[in-house]
Design a protein around this ligand. Structure first.
Ligand SMILES: Cc1cc2nc3c(=O)[nH]c(=O)nc-3n(C[C@H](O)[C@H](O)[C@H](O)COP(=O)(O)OP(=O)(O)OC[C@H]3O[C@@H](n4cnc5c(N)ncnc54)[C@H](O)[C@@H]3O)c2cc1C
Length: 416
């Protein structure tokens, strides 16, 4: 039974997958919810990702020795990393924090924290999808890390060791083993590490629509308008939107990469970068990929989805409003063709989205210090699809004063 205080309505800013899952977890607990977004639910960054839902994506982006790999990432095959000179002064302090994060003790701490958010992702999505008629949007899958240079597929590498220590089932296979899992993959790939016990989403955009519809059916209100500013008042919060001002006692900021600008209006500075990523989707590829397959050199993930074969990835640090980099399309088509030489290239779609990335690969989750009634749930970087249900659940638990199995201080904005 919730106390009258816990039943106070909550206004969620942002209807990406994180905002939608937060809404579902609150409404399941009987808390009235309004969700505000300037667009259709789940159709920004959350629609274009690679669809990986993994309890074992618990390894932050920075590892020991990551700094040595930067030239290769920027100038090697596929050029997965790029930095626009216009963000140079922001990326400098962010990058130093990022590299510090690669120290072994920090890496282990982050992996533990990430496991709380990624671990329950499959079960929670199954729960959220139940009764929608779209349960088949989530399917069992392995995550296949495919290597051209077989000697690099090493289960003793620190990232695989941590996964195994935390319970992941991993298998190293050679070319034949890889071919039997993924016959369409180029024979250039000599070995792979199979990460088992995962899932993938067959249409991340449709998932957002279906779960938002479910939240609506359960009583959530979705409002389409743009948030300009939030302000504290005597009794709560004022949300200035296009053409109207709304009042709320409790507010959760789930605006993905756009959260930084809204918090700046309150004098809060957060080290959140727009880490842009891309996909190409081939609508009639003539081949099928059975799992989520990562080309570890080009840092892209391929997955057969409802709309066709999607190849997604790359990390481009650039201003939020900069237009997509056109050359990425040709580059991604080249990478996709090298991955799957038998693929038809007709009817492809090119897309860009913004990962909201903190240097430690952890989101900001929980109450904002010294701002009563204000909560955050954003900054899920490469992991937002898989972390969304659990971070939504944890935030809802915190708002309802339930006991949590993790200390939310780990995800506090105060950590920076
Ligand atoms: C190429 C690529 C591949 C990826 N692959 C994976 C993967 O396989 N698995 C995984 O777990 N994650 C993956 N990710 C990461 C994942 O997609 C993101 O972490 C996640 O989508 C972030 O969700 P969000 O709800 O925080 O943000 P968003 O989906 O960006 O939602 C933010 C919402 O805020 C709204 N908004 C913004 N400003 C305003 C405003 N002023 N007023 C009102 N509304 C506003 C937007 O319209 C949007 O709906 C990938 C990302 C990319 C780019």
């Amino acid at each position: 039974m919730l106390s009258p205080d816990q039943q106070k309505p909550v206004t969620i800013l942002g209807a990406g997958i994180v905002g939608i899952c937060t809404a579902l977890s609150l409404i399941e607990r009987g808390v009235p919810v309004t969700v505000i977004d300037q667009g259709e639910p789940g159709q920004e960054t959350s629609m274009g990702n690679a669809g990986v839902v993994s309890p074992w994506s618990i390894i932050p982006q920075a590892l020991p020795g990551t700094w040595k790999t930067i030239p290769k990432l920027m100038f090697g095959y596929g050029r997965p990393l790029s930095i626009d000179p216009r963000v140079f002064w922001n990326i400098l302090p962010w990058g130093l924090r990022f590299l510090r994060q690669g120290q072994l003790d920090r890496l282990r701490r982050s992996a533990m924290a990430m496991s709380h958010l990624c671990g329950p992702s499959i079960e929670l999505y199954q729960r959220h999808l139940k009764g929608t008629g779209q349960e088949a949007l989530l399917v069992d899958s392995m995550y296949i890390h495919a290597f051209r240079d077989g000697s690099r597929a090493n289960l003793d590498a620190i990232d695989y060791r941590i996964r195994a220590q935390m319970g992941a089932e991993l298998e190293l296979v050679g070319r034949d083993g890889l071919r039997s899992c993924e016959p369409a993959l180029s024979p250039e790939f000599k070995a792979a590490i199979l990460i088992k016990g995962q899932a993938r989403v067959l249409s991340p955009g449709k998932l957002g629509t279906v779960l938002a519809d479910k939240a609506r059916t359960m009583g959530a209100t979705f409002k389409r308008t743009s948030v300009r500013e939030i302000r504290r008042t005597e009794s709560g919060w004022q949300i200035k939107c296009d053409g109207e001002t709304l009042a709320a006692e409790r507010v959760v900021v789930c605006l993905g990469v756009w959260s930084r600008a809204i918090l700046k209006g309150l004098g809060l500075s957060v080290p959140l970068m727009a880490e842009r990523g891309y996909h190409v989707e081939f609508q009639e590829p003539g081949i099928e990929v059975n799992n989520s397959v990562m080309d570890v050199d080009a840092k892209v993930v391929a997955s057969s989805m409802e709309g066709g074969l999607r190849v997604a990835g790359q990390a481009e640090f650039a201003p939020i409003d900069a237009p997509p980099t056109k050359r990425r399309e040709k580059q991604l088509i080249g990478i996709a063709t090298a991955l799957f030489p038998g693929m038809e290239q007709r009817h492809n779609r090119f897309w860009m989205g913004h990962r909201p990335s903190f240097p430690d690969s952890l989101p900001a989750l929980g109450p904002v210090p010294d701002q009563p009634g204000l909560f955050v749930n954003f900054g899920h970087s490469h992991y937002g699809l898989m972390m969304a249900p659990s971070s939504g659940e944890k935030l809802a638990s915190a708002l309802c004063n339930e006991r949590l199995n993790i200390n939310l201080e780990t995800f506090s904005l105060d950590r920076f």
